[in-house]
Design a binder for this molecule. Structure first.
Ligand SMILES: [Mn+2]
Length: 206
């Protein structure tokens, strides 16, 4: 039976120590990363560890599998022309929000799955940043980005409805925190991935 670790809460800085702990036990992880931002950015104001850099921190320490990781839902402005290039060099492919919209969820799941297979059964770290959703349905975040996913999909079963209901942003940044039904499209996406049963630890950071 697959071993699973679920981490709820915190900002993305948290993914760095969690992946470090997982990779030390199970080996380098494949990242399945839902976010409007890459979060592979270089140091900001001299700060090496910050919420925009967890996956760079991991890559620098060899905690990510050399290939097979994917960002999903990316649409935010980047800081430099090098940002996508950097991320690609870390072995992480990008499905933008536009890609998901144009190609559809099942095709994107297939792409993520096929990329994971290239890793040779690496453990999977699945991370969902609330700002992957459109701020019209999930405004409670410090880094809202327009043109995100809304509420177009209905989950096919309830298996992920509970953890996703716990999704929350920053109360200081909005009063209308997402309810359990709003992250439905991500739920659908995650379910398709998890129901295919990655034969390896799946770690989630919502
Ligand atoms: Mn983000």
């Amino acid at each position: 039976m697959a071993r699973r670790l679920v981490v709820v809460g915190g900002d993305h800085t948290l993914s760095y120590p969690v992946i470090k702990a997982v990779a030390e036990k199970f080996g380098p992880v494949v990242l399945v990363h839902f976010d409007s931002h890459l979060d592979t950015f270089p140091p900001m104001y001299g700060q090496h560890v910050w919420h925009g850099a967890p996956f760079r921190n991991c890559w620098e320490e060899g905690l990510l599998a050399k290939d097979g990781s994917t960002h999903i839902g990316i649409r935010a402005t980047t800081y430099s022309a090098e940002d996508f290039h950097d991320s690609e060099n870390m072995g992480i492919a990008t499905l933008t929000a536009e890609d998901v919209h144009e190609r559809g969820v099942p095709a994107c799941v297939e792409a993520v799955w096929n990329r994971w297979r290239r890793s040779g059964n690496a453990p999977v770290y699945l991370s969902v940043d609330i700002d992957v959703l459109d701020p019209s349905v999930a405004p409670g975040t410090g880094t809202p980005e327009p043109r995100g996913s809304r509420n177009r999909r209905t989950p096919t079963s309830g298996s992920l409805a509970l953890p996703l209901a716990a999704l929350g942003g920053s109360p200081a940044h909005g009063t209308a925190l997402p309810s359990g039904c709003l992250p439905a499209q991500i739920s659908f996406f995650c379910e398709l991935l998890i129901l295919r049963s990655f034969p390896a630890p799946v770690c989630s950071n919502f």
